[in-house]
Design a protein around this ligand. Structure first.
Ligand SMILES: Nc1ncnc2c1ncn2[C@@H]1O[C@H](COP(=O)(O)OP(=O)(O)OP(=O)(O)O)[C@@H](O)[C@H]1O
Ligand SMILES: [Mg+2]
Length: 303
């Protein structure tokens, strides 16, 4: 059991440059643009999503509240969202770190893994199931217009299909939703994970785009299929376009392969540039300025 006290000790002892060498053991289960997903203290029940971007306890509490209502609304819409809790602890330099503790799920059952391990029939069944779940969000939004609108990041690595046939949605740590026409998530929190010298550019050029794409049915499906290029399964693109076009019928303008390809290319450039610049920012902060860099980034550290 990960108690608040144990997590506080973990956070206090954590070196974000080398999380695996922390006094309390930890393994990295996944990287996000914002959160890092950790297995802490050999606890095989929990996936701990670490979010080190709050200037106060009340800011973390507010985020946790929004997070809970996002999960509850997804459940109301009919999606399976794993059990969870949140705990906030004191970080270094006066910040507050929020941990979202989600039930840990078997890594090999994540859908971006299953497309490499399962037979074609199973995989097309899986896509049908994912589309059915995503459609529940649009149905929910139509029923709650104009008071409430949920966003969803439908990419493959956010879905877990258990052997029992149950499909779970796990990417709930960025609670994007509109209440009475207003975005609930404070964009400045997302910006915290960006390199400091680029924040003005991201605010100006990219933020609106990133924050609005997950509300748009066609973009959510475009993003889902674009994943197939990253996963080196381009032969699935055409069959998936056909499945999704058939399932969504006249509710959406048909998906187009060329558009998906160029979406993928652009997205790849943006995210790899973003990661490269985050590494540069970390280098400047830690090596040149002797400061602490809070985010755990993928890839090796040069020492
Ligand atoms: N409950 C879990 N059990 C096991 N592994 C998980 C779990 N949640 C996440 N992971 C691993 O971590 C990866 C990233 O998780 P998740 O989708 O929650 O974060 P994200 O995409 O970075 O989201 P964000 O940046 O919005 O926080 C997953 O694709 C998966 O490999
Ligand atoms: Mg994800």
């Amino acid at each position: 059991m990960l108690t608040k006290e144990r997590l506080q000790n973990f956070e206090t002892g954590l070196n974000p440059l080398a999380p695996q060498s922390s006094p309390i053991p930890c393994e990295i289960m996944g990287y996000g643009e914002i959160s890092t997903v950790l297995k802490i203290d050999n606890d095989s029940d929990l996936a701990a999503k670490r979010m080190p971007m709050f200037s106060s306890i009340s800011a973390a509490d507010e985020y946790a509240g929004n997070y809970q209502s996002y999960c509850n609304r997804l459940r109301e819409a009919g999606l399976n969202v794993p059990e969870d809790t949140t705990i906030s602890v004191n970080g270094h330099g006066g910040i507050t770190v929020l941990y979202i503790l989600q039930k840990q799920l078997p890594p090999e059952r994540f859908c971006h893994k299953l497309i490499h391990s399962e037979a074609p029939d199973y995989i097309s069944g899986m896509v049908h199931l994912i589309v059915k779940e995503i459609e529940k969000v649009w149905t929910y939004n139509a029923e709650h217009e104009p008071n409430l609108k949920l966003a969803i990041d439908g990419q493959l690595s956010n879905w877990v299909l258990l052997e029992s046939g149950e499909l779970l949605f796990i990417d709930t740590s960025t609670p994007l939703m509109h209440e009475a026409g207003r975005e609930v998530l404070d964009p400045e929190l997302l910006i915290q994970s960006a390199p400091s010298f680029l924040r003005w550019l991201i605010r100006w050029q990219f933020l609106d785009d990133v924050m609005s794409r997950y509300y748009d049915r066609r973009l959510v499906y475009t993003d889902l299929i674009a994943n197939l290029y990253k996963e080196q399964q381009p032969e699935l693109v055409t069959p998936w376009i056909e499945i999704i076009n058939a399932e969504t019928g006249n509710r959406m303008e048909s998906l187009d392969k060329k558009q998906i390809e160029s979406y993928y290319k652009e997205d790849k450039v943006i995210w790899s540039l973003f990661l490269g610049l985050r590494r540069l920012d970390r280098f400047i902060k830690t090596k040149l300025l002797g400061q602490r860099y809070e985010f755990v980034l993928p890839g090796k550290i040069k020492r």
